[in-house]
Design a protein. Structure first.
Length: 535
């Protein structure tokens, strides 16, 4: 009789607490050491001791790694890919309790002494004893713990279906982990002649309102893209304002029209995207002076359900063209009032047009050199590098100014939805039924609204909808890329079934104990067993 290591609620809870205790905040040393630790843990299973080559670490950049662990039944071809991320957001909001953020049992006890500092709904949950608090409990080390439990049980009981546990870093920032894993998943499939039947993520079910305890499973995930602009005006001295045009003046017209713009709202299957907002708007002057700011940048957040990068760029260009027409009109009125000729009209162009112009004017080698100047700044992230590349090129192409240059800044998460897939329809029904046996009601959402790594599988656009992204992302192919072709090869429905929790990314992040340790193991096992090939 085989004793399972992680087979009971209490051993599963201990496993979760151990995973949480390995600090793996995004971009810390802990994020780099986490993958080898998980691999060591999985090596404790007989299956991986007997099949060491089925357990692999994959480079995900900056010293980080993704882990894949394949349980392969000798006769099975059909395979379920289990996806999780192991990085977490940071912990400063825990204040004096920060040292306990990675120790859920201690933190949950200690919080009772500080409960008057908690918001009401968190206090009630704490006193109920039904929740375990801590960074990463809900988002999403519980998902990883559940997948580890599944792969152990499957390998010991020799389930007639294959599972690939895939756990990745960097989900909270750039998803470098999942973008690296995609290519490996294609390779593993070929190497072992597998068929991928389902991509199963176990991100937590998010409550929609403070006292909402409805649980959801998700049959797709929302997408996100970041249109950005560099505004290039004309410098002058503050004493002679009419001799120039500030970038801030130009930027104000576009930001007014981008924020809350309903043109970017998408609706599908009764769900809608949140409206766009600006994430950043700043001038690029390095220090204070009385020279007017003539270069500025803005970054906007746009959510997606169906649209491709090409469609969003078309819309963005349309809005920018209208914004600059309004800018030019109001500037014209001011010039007439002040009886000056002005600095000219603001042009709108895409990054790809600027690049073409720059290559013609300066030559390809010089353009590469200018780009590299920005790419080599290790203290700049991909967003800053993108904006600075445009800035470097514009400084050498001032004949285009005044201008608004449109671009994309990373990351880009395509939307995915497989609600209409027969396997998904059947699985949703099964999950609803299974939940009823715990007196639980489960709802379906068509798009997971928390952004997740499922964006990088089952890419379904056959019309090169990503082309505008490749051509207008200045760091594309250098410090950022998305394996669109491999993503399109990972054709299988997606589903997210995970434990219930509340307040991800807050100091009150907490996991519902029964959902995580009692119900989810049954739900996930039932789901996987329903996919056994017909014998
Ligand atoms: Zn997450």
């Amino acid at each position: 009789m085989n004793e399972l290591r992680w087979g009971t609620p209490s051993t599963l809870r201990a496993l979760l607490c151990e995973l949480v205790s390995w600090d793996s905040r995004t971009l810390t040393k802990g994020e780099r050491t986490f993958a080898p630790k998980v691999a060591e843990k999985l090596k404790e299973l007989d299956y991986f001791r007997d099949h060491p080559s089925h357990l692999e670490l994959h480079d995900a950049g900056l010293g980080r790694q993704a882990v894949t662990a394949l349980y392969k039944h000798p006769k099975a071809i059909e395979t379920i890919v289990l996806i999780s991320h192991f990085d977490t957001v940071w912990t400063e909001e825990y204040g004096i309790l920060e040292p306990l953020a990675f120790h859920p049992e201690e933190l949950t006890k200690k919080l009772l002494e500080h409960k008057e500092d908690l918001p009401e709904s968190a206090r009630i949950d704490l006193e109920s004893g039904k929740y375990l608090f801590g960074r990463g409990t809900m988002d999403m080390k519980m998902g990883l713990a559940l997948h580890m439990q599944l792969i152990e049980k499957a390998s010991v009981e020799q389930w007639p279906i294959n599972l690939i546990l895939t756990t990745v870093p960097d989900e909270e920032v750039n998803s470098a982990g999942m973008r690296a894993a995609v290519t490996e998943l294609v390779r593993i499939r070929e190497e072992h002649r597998l068929t991928y039947k389902l991509f199963l993520n176990s991100e937590p079910s998010f409550s929609q309102k403070p006292f909402d305890i409805e649980e959801y499973i998700y049959t797709g995930t929302i997408g996100k893209i970041m249109p950005a602009a560099l505004f290039y005006g004309k410098e002058t001295h503050v004493g002679e304002p009419m001799k120039g045009m500030t970038a801030n003046y130009i930027a104000s017209f576009l930001t007014q029209r981008m924020e809350w713009n309903p043109l970017f709202r998408e609706t599908d299957l009764g769900e809608s995207t949140p409206l766009p907002v600006s994430l950043q708007q700043k001038d690029l002057k390095l220090e204070y002076s009385t020279q007017t700011p003539y270069r500025a940048v803005a970054l906007y957040n746009v959510f997606l359900l169906k649209r491709t990068a090409t469609e969003v760029m078309d819309l963005f260009e349309q809005v920018a063209t209208e914004a600059m027409a309004a800018c030019n009109d109001s500037y014209q009125i001011i010039c007439e009032r002040e009886q000056v000729t002005g600095v000219g009209k603001v042009n709108v162009l895409r990054y790809e047009q600027l690049l073409e112009h720059a290559v013609k004017k300066l030559g390809a080698a010089e353009v590469e050199r200018l780009k590299n100047e920005a790419l080599q700044q290790d203290n700049w992230d991909d967003r800053e590098k993108s904006l600075r590349i445009v800035d470097h090129l514009m400084i050498h192409c001032q004949e285009l100014a005044p201008a608004t240059v449109l671009l994309y800044a990373p990351p880009y998460y395509p939307a995915v939805n497989t609600s209409n897939d027969p396997l998904v329809i059947q699985s949703v029904e099964l999950m609803k039924q299974t939940a009823l046996s715990f007196n639980n009601k489960i709802g379906q959402k068509h798009y997971f609204n928390g952004i997740c790594d499922l964006s990088y599988v089952n890419y379904g656009d056959n019309a090169n909808g990503w082309a505008a992204f490749e051509r207008n992302t200045p760091v594309w192919g250098d410090t950022y890329s998305i394996p669109f072709a491999d993503m399109a090869k990972l054709k299988a429905p997606v589903l997210n079934v995970g434990p219930f929790g509340k307040d991800a990314h807050q100091r009150t992040e907490r996991l519902h104990v029964d959902s995580a340790f009692v119900e989810m193991p049954v739900m996930l096992e039932t789901l996987i067993k329903s996919m056994y090939p017909c014998q």
